[in-house]
Design a protein around this ligand. Sequence first.
Ligand SMILES: *Cc1c(COP(=O)(O)O)cnc(C)c1O
Length: 414
Amino acid sequence: MIRPWLVRRAFRRQVDNLRRRMAGERVRPVPLSGMTLDADDVRIARAALRRRDDWFDPAPVRAFESEFARWNGSRHAFAFLGGRVALSACVHALDLGPGDEVVLPGYTCVVVPNALKYAGVTPVYCDIELDTYGPDLASVEAAITPRTRAILLHHLFGLVCRDYAALLELGRRRGLAIIEDCAHATGAEFRGAKVGTAATVAFYSSEQTKVFSTIQGGVAVTNDPALAARMAEFQARSPDAAPARLDALLRQVIIQHYSHKHPQGWLLGEVMEVVHGAPELISTSAEEVGGQRPADYGCRMPAPVARLASNQLGKIDRYNARRRETALHWDAWCTSRGMAAARVMPESKPVYLRYPVMLDPALKADVSWARREPGVELGLWFRGSLHPVEGALPGLPNAAVAVASCANLPSLLN
Ligand SMILES: *Cc1c(COP(=O)(O)O)cnc(C)c1O
């Protein structure tokens, strides 16, 4: 069932490619996502599309969870169909609810405060620091009230955040749980341990733009057996994904491999979209952007996604090493332009999901220059305090600076 509108779109895009070539732009600037999806992942997706009777078999999910726990250095891991769902599992584990407050940076994805709000928890935003875009210690302290139960910290772009050790210590001192958002930083280390292992609870993402990709996916971890029991309870109650959603996800693996990774992707990516019908798989729906809980929220990870996740995990160290090599290239690129290189905190090992740079706001507003030189897709995380909602939250001056100026460069160039 080849759809005529897809063929017309493919034709229009090829005309666009030609126009770009004539304007001196790269036909295919280096993309920001999909670069860890290889031919072996495509084989897994194709096999799953052929054989659908074991899509909800728990065995591959248990296997991935124990592989992830072992690799990460966590005692317990639970897999879901989204990092945001893994955060919901963390919120459930901590028994947070109405009347409770969580302090979190006002420079994140909207799905993060949403996971708190779905449980009736009040998000209280603090400002970030501009060294690594993590929560600023003084701003976190100022946001704590008698109702605060937890501090949520993150490691954006795969950089271990500046105030990490101090925030962990603050949590201990004030008796507050630490929720660690490791969505950008799977595999990053601090003092020889993976990020997320020192927190009360932590979560990771294998969404299509993250360190490892299963298009959608996430993992929650903890070392505490009582919290793990509550995560398990949350997972046991989680629904299975609709087969149509899983079908679209598996086709996206194939499409993204061909369009982002394959050397002839400028053509084959288009062909694959025509063949697979360009299934819509929305990362964050309009209702989520508006703060509403979508009907299909909260699914556990299905078997084919777990098989993909295991395969991706087997390659993650190699890809992260390559990301660190690319960062050296961007360090030199920044220095030669009189710009500050990305900040790496002492005793930390970043993974550089993307390489962040501070630009003149005009250069963030019009990104076409990046397609010509250096020939990459410029990442715009985040154009708002609560991505993809645009605009900065009031009263957070550093977050406002980052919203206006912070852009990011791809860390896997081939
Ligand atoms: C992507 C992301 C999440 C959520 O992960 P999903 O797998 O997309 O649900 C959470 N926090 C940050 C900072 C993210 O970028």
